[in-house]
Design a protein around this ligand. Structure first.
Ligand code: C2O
Length: 537
């Protein structure tokens, strides 16, 4: 591979959306931020310079970071943040991966505007396992608040209640025409009749899963989370924050303009909004006066539409790209994910209590130094390794009667495993406050989604139905509202690896934990030493 140098200046910039302007934190003054291009095998060096008033860190979401956990990016997990005026060089090699991923700030709510695409091309001379499209286009879906996003979350934490939902969704940074106050218009993709286009779709929204579709055009899905899938056609995709999906469209019309939309998918009655973002596909030669063919968003609670897409995803599992599903399991884990309520004497709006979230009833407490450093330098008292392998109490997790005690316990608990051990993790949604879909992201690994169901997981019955042949392989997965998913992975990457809900509000409330993977005994099986410029807390 070759060496790729990037410079990310984190700077404040004024941005005008929804007829009003506000300062936002950006990389290089751009929203969405610059695309990071590389090839499989390349060594990437990104110098991040912090010019803003906030502490900053950048996560390369989905990059495996084999033995280079120092470059993973989540603040206080693998590194101390880059303080104002400071800089840090993220140095990593892209091993065994090609496709679309994303980078984003991994501290506070800065990811709202500090994000961008990672495009990893196959090694030189290695073709895609599908016909090469004529052109490729990054399509980043996001969310926009009229107010400052740090103020939104700080206000929520103070009150103990949920934060305000966003004011719009965006496609490549723009809400689109239905919001009426576009100064420079929404995003347009010009296409030519008969040609094919690969859209590298990324959900960079903070708190919302999204449907995506294009009027009059079928989408052929070829890859998710930088792993090839068995191609299939669909009119609508569903994509959770942190996920990526590559689709190919064929410009099979003679001319015209066709609307592209991103609209919320929320299979719970919690927040109701219908802020569809729009963009346009524009056939070259179409007069600008001609009308746009509209796309209709699925209803917000169209669970069947979402499931039909999710259930169609299969690993390509070809000779060249085999699905290496672990068959023998060393750790069989069962984690509940969901919300809870803890006392908060100062939370007046919340009547003395606050909404929290947890995994196996533990609300993760962020340390004040980075876990990976504490692990590497054997610093005592930063974390414990007693994360429970099962929920502390057994109750009907998805029932309509919540348990009498809805409080969680607090802790900075890790789950410790040996190098190369295999893990099966069943993620069980709870309905303690409300059943809600949780897109769970695991750092440092891809995993196989071997099973999924509604209600409470039943190991005897459900395990028999697992797909151990060609399950989809990815890094972020939606735990269905009122249901469960089972994932499997091999712990072949030593370090400390974050697992959390990629709805930022839930992460903030504590829906997170981390795995500690020990060094192996063989060569190239241990965490590399920390880089010299690793930030200090
Ligand atoms: Cu994309 Cu830990 O995040």
């Amino acid at each position: 591979g070759r060496l790729r140098h990037y410079k990310f200046n984190v700077v404040t910039k004024n941005a005008n959306r929804l007829c009003s302007s506000k300062p936002i934190v950006t990389v290089n003054g751009r929203f969405p931020g610059p695309t990071l291009y590389a090839r499989e095998g390349d060594n990437v060096l990104v110098k991040v310079v912090n010019h803003v008033k906030y502490n900053v860190s950048i996560h390369w979401h989905g990059i495996r970071q084999l033995r280079t956990g120092w470059a993973d990016g989540p603040a206080y997990i693998t590194q101390c943040p880059i303080q104002p005026g400071q800089h840090f060089v993220y140095n990593f090699t892209i091993t065994g991966q090609r496709g679309t991923l994303l980078w984003h700030a991994h501290i506070l709510w800065l990811r709202a505007t500090v994000h961008g695409a990672i495009v990893i091309l196959p090694k030189l001379g290695v073709p895609y396992p599908f016909p090469k499209p004529h052109m490729e286009q990054v399509v980043i879906l996001g969310e926009w608040w009229k107010s400052d996003t740090e103020a939104v979350i700080n206000q929520a934490l103070k009150s103990g209640l949920a934060p305000n939902i966003s004011d719009a969704h965006t496609i490549n940074g723009h809400p689109g025409r239905i919001h009426g106050c576009q100064t420079q218009g929404g995003f347009h993709l010009s296409v030519e009749k008969g040609k094919s286009y690969m859209l590298r779709i990324i959900n960079a929204a903070l708190n919302e899963e999204l449907f995506f579709k294009i009027a009059g055009h079928q989408l052929t899905v070829v890859e998710v989370d930088a792993v090839y899938v068995k191609p299939f056609k669909t009119s609508t995709i569903v994509i959770a924050p942190g996920q990526t999906t590559n689709v190919i469209i064929t410009a099979d019309k003679n001319s015209g303009k066709y609307m592209m939309i991103a609209s919320p998918f929320m299979d719970s009655p919690i927040a109701v909004d219908n802020k569809t973002a729009t963009a346009t596909i524009h056939y070259t030669g179409t007069p600008s006066s001609s009308p746009t063919t509209l796309a209709t968003p699925p209803p917000q609670n169209a669970t069947a539409v979402a499931n039909s897409f999710i259930d169609s995803l299969r690993s390509l599992n070809s000779k060249k790209y085999p699905a290496k599903v672990p068959l023998k399991i060393d750790h069989s884990l069962y984690f509940t994910v969901g919300l809870g309520i803890n006392p908060c004497p100062t939370c007046k709006a919340g009547n003395g209590s606050r909404v929290v979230a947890g995994v196996n009833n533990v609300t993760f407490v962020m340390p004040t130094t980075a876990l990976l450093q504490a692990h590497y330098f054997k610093t005592k008292g930063v974390f414990t390794t007693d994360f429970p392998s099962n929920p502390p109490t057994v109750f009907n997790y998805t029932g309509s009667t919540p348990p009498a005690n809805m409080a969680t316990s607090n802790g900075t608990k890790l789950y410790r495993v040996k190098y190369n051990s295999t893990i099966q993790l069943v993620l069980q949604d709870t309905s303690i406050i409300a059943a809600e879909n949780h897109p769970i992201h695991l750092h440092g690994f891809n995993f196989f989604a071997v099973g999924k169901g509604i209600g409470n997981y039943n190991s005897k019955k459900d395990q028999k139905k697992f797909n151990l042949v060609d399950p989809v392989e990815r890094n972020t997965i939606g735990v269905p509202s009122g249901g469960w998913v089972a994932i499997r992975f091999r712990a072949d990457n030593p370090g400390v690896w974050f697992l959390h809900c990629h709805l930022e509000v839930h992460t903030t409330w504590g829906l997170k934990m981390a795995f500690l993977v020990e060094n192996g005994k063989g060569p190239n099986q241990s965490l590399l030493p920390p880089p010299k410029d690793l930030p200090k807390c």
